[in-house]
Design a binder for this molecule. Structure first.
Ligand SMILES: Cc1cc2nc3c(=O)[nH]c(=O)nc-3n(C[C@H](O)[C@H](O)[C@H](O)COP(=O)(O)O)c2cc1C
Length: 332
């Protein structure tokens, strides 16, 4: 069993990956980057490319196996171009995003838009895996998908298609696109999907993703999957749960719960990390507010103090507001 930090646009960038690995990463096996767009003009955005330059991954001993760059593409040849370029930097695995639900992405037949037409997806995957094999490209291709676009009736056909190709790992976010990120994860359909995938010869390692925010979420989901999928060794990918509680995987593995002092240290380090990543002070603060949107749950009755954090427009105001929340609000 393994634990992964899910790819999260704007969040799992190298400052967070380094700081999280350093402070809470002992039990973490892989960190997925936010998606990089493999665009039709065969160019990466500079900022996206910088995020995968291995020299920035200072907390990792084995960047090639511990960090997985993710690509967003809707054509095999563009995916291959991008995967060659990124893997050449020193990565053993490249992940294809088949799950992003944003309308702008889906309308371009990318992300979960790839699930709309299984025949087109089939051809794209054929071309990708055929090229990786024929050109002996030497990197693994893993897939991160949902259970379908509109409806779980799409799941069986999707799994049949995916089972035809030698992906190294198949992560399934246990929702369909139209669920976005809401509602209970569809554990029953996840299990059905894995069974169909295996019955059709799919050999990839299997990873579960969806709504693990507490140790009890994990225990409940793991117990369900262990009963339904007795022969499958499942890994767990966690996104929002780790943003909310950076120590979640440590806790799941029997370690100490998140402490107030270490959360403060984590936030201080993140601020400094983002200062080196984003030039403008205001934008560093906005980046920290993305974390506070998740982290405020640790502070009891903190509305007033949180408002001050949100209103901060300078580093001084921000740090004072954060100190205030730590000193005035009960940590839970
Ligand atoms: C803010 C945000 C950004 C995300 N960015 C990506 C992304 O770049 N690539 C991707 O495959 N999934 C992305 N996701 C989806 C997560 O990887 C994950 O599948 C989803 O949040 C469900 O897992 P969780 O319940 O553990 O958060 C994003 C989710 C959120 C909330």
């Amino acid at each position: 069993m393994a634990f992964y930090y899910a790819p999260m646009e704007g969040i799992t960038l190298y400052p967070l990956r380094n700081i999280h690995k350093d402070m809470f990463g002992k039990e973490m096996d892989k960190y997925f980057t936010p998606f990089l767009t493999a665009a039709k003009n065969y160019h990466f955005k500079k900022r996206e490319q910088r995020d995968v330059l291995p020299e920035y991954s200072t907390s990792f001993c084995d960047v090639s196996n511990e960090i997985v760059p993710q690509l967003m593409a809707n054509q095999a040849e563009i995916f291959i171009w991008a995967a060659k370029k990124i893997s050449a930097l020193g990565y053993n695995e490249i992940n294809l995003n088949m799950g992003c639900p944003a309308a702008t992405v889906v309308n371009r037949h990318k992300g979960s838009g790839l699930l709309e037409n299984p025949d087109i997806l089939d051809r794209m995957l054929f071309d990708i895996f055929d090229t990786v094999d024929k050109e002996n490209l030497g990197f693994k291709v893993s897939l991160k998908t949902r259970l379908g676009l509109m409806d779980v009736s799409e799941t069986p056909r999707l799994m049949e298609v995916l089972a035809s190709y030698p992906a190294s790992e198949l992560t399934i976010h246990a929702r369909v696109r139209s669920d976005f990120y809401k509602g209970e994860p569809r554990l029953d359909t996840f299990c059905e999907a894995v069974k169909i995938y295996r019955e059709n010869g799919g050999k990839a390692d299997i990873c579960y993703n969806g709504s693990i925010s507490t140790v009890s979420d994990y225990n409940r989901i793991k117990e369900y999957l262990d009963i339904e999928l007795t022969d499958v060794d499942i890994s767990y990918m966690i996104g929002r749960g780790l943003v909310e509680n950076p120590a979640l995987v440590r806790e799941i593995c029997g370690g100490e719960p998140l402490g107030s002092k270490e959360l403060k240290e984590y936030l201080d380090k993140l601020y400094v990390g983002y200062e080196g990543y984003i030039p403008e002070e205001r934008n560093v603060i906005f980046k920290m507010l993305e974390h506070w949107a998740f982290l405020h749950v640790h502070f009891k009755d903190c509305d007033k103090q949180l408002k001050a954090v949100r209103k901060a427009r300078s580093k001084g105001e921000y740090l004072a507001a954060v100190n205030n929340i730590f000193s005035c609000c009960e940590f839970t």
